[in-house]
Design a protein around this ligand. Structure first.
Ligand SMILES: Nc1ncnc2c1ncn2[C@@H]1O[C@H](COP(=O)(O)OP(=O)(O)O)[C@@H](O)[C@H]1O
Ligand SMILES: [Mg+2]
Length: 408
């Protein structure tokens, strides 16, 4: 697949001349004639590299560069500046704005091609460098209908809204996963697009094209709508995709199917945390108990597994203590029975963590998202705290005040 370069220049001559050099070298070139246009289209165009002219009428190249860098998703996008003069001041200004390299006019075709190639290669290398892998949270139950997808969807949106970071929601319930529906993202592309691609040919750029954007910032890898492709999506393929996603996202949330099939095991194996969802009825508790036995035989450490009690029905549920003692583990998350909110969520495609952001159910999911956040994010105030983070901090302050008041 050709790598895509976004060329931003107000000069039509340069668009034609430089564009032709890049196309000859095998790149796909998309263009913007104004800085503001480039910023607007960045998300939808998903370029692999931006070639940015410095002198432009509305926003100059430095300003565009700074604004691109301010978006976490593009903090590491390769940016090559095209400066009018090769002066030290210009170069320093470019680097300070966040450019990776610069090229001065008149453009030398060979130099342009080499710089672009090196920047793209370096980017590919940092993508697979295992330094900062996404924190991966798998949501699972051997019994269906207990709220696995509901938890996965709310958790992923919660994480994205809390940290403004790159979050991927991966639907591994390939047979009939509804994660995309639950976020109302049209599943234009799905796992089906990766079904026929040999595993070793799948790369980060390809996966990127298949993922769908949600307004919360979550990107969704949706379940296929055609069942017959599923056997092409092997465990090895799922592992490959998850590894590539791990290298490019801050968080991965996996919505798993209700069995131990290949995709499911690949997901569980790659997870840093597993949320095992349990409804307060015997069949679900039995299923949870079997799942815990399998986890033990796979040598998953106990800390990896968190239990979630979901009150999917109102009356006659088993007592919490009873379930905890039968599973030998306490619940970490307890979700209340909230039929209206959850049904509404599915029908409108807006999960409670968004629609009820200021209500108790939204607060609960924000707390859950915080609970599963990376340690380095939990331990300090973000530079630009999100609305969700501010609500969380306010609740924490109120809780402290309460404890103090009760103590005196
Ligand atoms: N706490 C809850 N209260 C009421 N209904 C719920 C609750 N959690 C989930 N549901 C509903 O239960 C059904 C199954 O949820 P879903 O998340 O699709 O489960 P799974 O992925 O485990 O099959 C959905 O209709 C959902 O709206
Ligand atoms: Mg589901």
């Amino acid at each position: 697949m050709n790598q895509r370069i976004l060329q931003v220049d107000d000069d039509p001559m340069m668009l034609v001349y430089v564009g032709r050099i890049l196309r000859t070298a095998g790149y796909e070139v998309v263009t913007a004639t104004k800085g503001s246009e480039a910023l607007e289209r960045l998300e939808s165009l998903h370029p692999d590299l931006v070639l940015l002219d410095v002198l432009m009428p509305d926003l100059d190249g430095y300003e565009v560069c700074r604004r691109i860098r301010r978006q976490p998703a593009f903090a590491r996008l390769p940016i090559l500046m095209l400066t009018g003069h090769n002066t030290l001041t210009e170069r320093i200004k470019g680097f300070e704005a966040g450019a990776d390299n610069y090229l001065s006019k008149p453009v030398n075709p060979e130099e342009l091609q080499v710089l672009v190639k090196v920047l793209l290669q370096r980017q590919q290398m940092t993508l697979i460098a295992p330094k900062e892998l996404a924190r991966t949270i798998a949501v699972f139950s051997l019994r269906g209908g207990v709220g696995v997808s509901s938890v996965a969807v709310n958790l992923s949106a919660g994480l994205a809204l809390l940290w403004n970071e790159r979050v991927a929601l991966v639907d591994l319930a390939l047979a009939n996963g509804q994660a995309a529906l639950m976020l109302d993202v049209p599943p234009r592309n799905t796992w089906a697009d990766l079904a026929h691609v040999p595993t070793e040919e799948i790369d980060a750029a390809m996966i990127d094209l298949v993922m769908q954007n949600h307004s919360s910032g979550v990107r969704v890898l949706a379940a296929p709508s055609r069942l017959e492709l599923n056997e092409l999506i092997t465990g090895a393929k799922v592992s490959q995709v998850l590894n590539l996603l791990k290298a490019t996202y801050c968080y991965l949330v996996l919505d798993l199917p209700h069995d131990f099939n290949e995709p499911s095991l690949a997901g569980l194996d790659s997870a840093d945390q597993i949320i095992l969802v349990v409804a307060p009825e015997l069949a679900s508790v039995r299923a949870a108990s079997s799942a815990l036995k399998v986890f033990a035989s796979l040598n998953y450490p106990d800390e990896r597994i968190k239990l979630c009690l979901n009150w999917t029905f109102e009356r006659n549920g088993l007592a919490r203590k009873e379930i905890e003692s039968s599973l030998g583990q306490a619940f970490d998350i307890i979700l209340p029975f909230a039929p209206d909110h959850f049904i509404n969520a599915i029908n409108t495609g807006v999960p409670p963590v968004i629609s009820m952001a200021k209500g108790p159910l939204g607060a609960l999911f924000e707390d859950v998202a915080f609970m599963f956040s990376r340690e380095e994010q939990r331990s300090q105030r973000p530079e630009n705290p999100s609305a969700a983070w501010q609500r969380l901090a306010q609740r924490a302050r109120a809780a402290r005040r309460n404890t103090l008041a009760n103590a005196t």
